[in-house]
Write a protein that binds this ligand. Structure first.
Ligand SMILES: Nc1ncnc2c1ncn2[C@@H]1O[C@H](COP(=O)(O)OP(=O)(O)O)[C@@H](O)[C@H]1O
Ligand SMILES: CC(C)(COP(=O)(O)O)[C@@H](O)C(=O)NCCC(=O)O
Ligand SMILES: [K+]
Length: 300
């Protein structure tokens, strides 16, 4: 996705026929969950989540020179271009009807956008979108939230609880690795935050003279490494899975029948390591890539 003002910014955007037909019907809503690494998009038709995808953050430099009107136009175009990109990959499994051929100018009919963000600078950019709603903690049907809790954590635990049942522990393997647990009354029990797998690796290389930037291993590595890259992988992976296991097992002592759901960009790798190291613990974990969007469903 473009990160600067597109060349053809002032030209009318091209719209897929399918989508343009649905716009007039007021059925499509776009959810944008802004994490610390990237933007997470969800396309809803009615209350059904049809598609999710990720893109990069927008840069403030691309947006700040624009007037308010231009910002609005630019953001509408960003949304539509993004949808076009994913829709060319077989976006909507909806039946096409003749009504879908009616032309719309998107700048006149911006799709409703619902934003949940933990990145203030990115929130500020999206506030210029003409038809935006920003979800805040006080709107969520979940008790015991503290004021600085990340909206991503609150929505994802809500979504996982609604989908799988309560109590629930939601583990988000994103930029940060977070645990968020709620009881049978949809009341926040509490949680924890540590650096995510990617962040552990990048911070080691950024804050040391000798350590290179290493990527995550494809599988559970050897624990007792004899070169630097493998030593970093071992340290990060074994310490993280041990910690994750400890949080899960402690939660299961408190709530033996609880569901445990895993989301976030590193969830597949984390689950692979956990499965190899602690199969019993891992077998209780449910893959839930869309947890935050299930939480947003409630807000549509
Ligand atoms: N295509 C990708 N781009 C960026 N990060 C990715 C990608 N695929 C997997 N990841 C992993 O996802 C992690 C970030 O998780 P994500 O849930 O996207 O973060 P956030 O919600 O905090 O923006 C990174 O640490 C990285 O290892
Ligand atoms: C903990 C987080 C940084 C996680 O963000 P993410 O990794 O999903 O981008 C975010 O939820 C946040 O800024 N939380 C505020 C502090 C709290 O939840 O207590
Ligand atoms: K996240």
């Amino acid at each position: 996705m473009e990160n600067s003002v597109p060349d053809n910014f002032r030209s009318p955007p091209r719209i897929g026929n399918l989508i343009s037909g649905l716009i007039g019907k007021d059925q499509i809503k776009i959810a944008l969950a802004i994490g610390n690494s990237r933007l997470h998009w969800g396309l809803f038709v009615g209350k059904t989540l049809e598609k999710t995808w990720d893109t990069e953050h927008l840069t403030a430099d691309a947006v700040s020179p624009l007037s308010e009107e231009e910002k609005a136009e630019y953001l509408v175009q960003i949304v539509m271009r993004s949808i076009e990109e994913v829709s060319s990959q077989n976006l909507l499994s909806l039946p096409a009807t003749p009504a879908f051929s009616s032309p719309h100018t998107l700048s006149l009919v911006p799709l409703p956008l619902i934003v949940a963000s933990v990145v203030t600078q990115q929130t500020a950019i999206w506030q210029s979108y003409p038809n935006v709603r920003i979800i805040t903690l006080d709107q969520l049907p979940i008790g015991g939230l503290y004021p600085t809790l990340g909206i991503d954590r609150a929505l994802a635990v809500l979504g996982a609880g609604n989908q799988f049942g309560w109590p629930v522990l939601l583990i988000d393997a994103g930029t940060a690795l977070t645990f968020t647990g709620a009881d049978v009354n949809r009341y926040l029990v509490g949680g924890a935050i540590l650096p995510g797998l990617g962040l552990q690796l990048s911070s080691l290389s950024k804050k040391t003279a000798a350590l290179p930037l290493i990527s995550l291993p494809k599988n559970l590595p050897h624990r007792w490494a004899k070169d630097t890259a493998e030593a970093i992988q071992s340290g990060v992976v074994y310490a993280t899975v041990a910690g994750v296991r400890d949080f899960i097992e402690d939660w299961r002592c408190l709530f033996p029948d609880s569901k445990i759901a895993l989301t976030g960009g590193d969830r597949t790798m984390l689950l692979k390591y956990l499965t190899a190291a602690f199969p019993d613990t891992a077998s209780a974990v449910i893959d839930a890539p869309e947890a935050i969007f299930w939480g947003i469903t409630h807000e549509l």
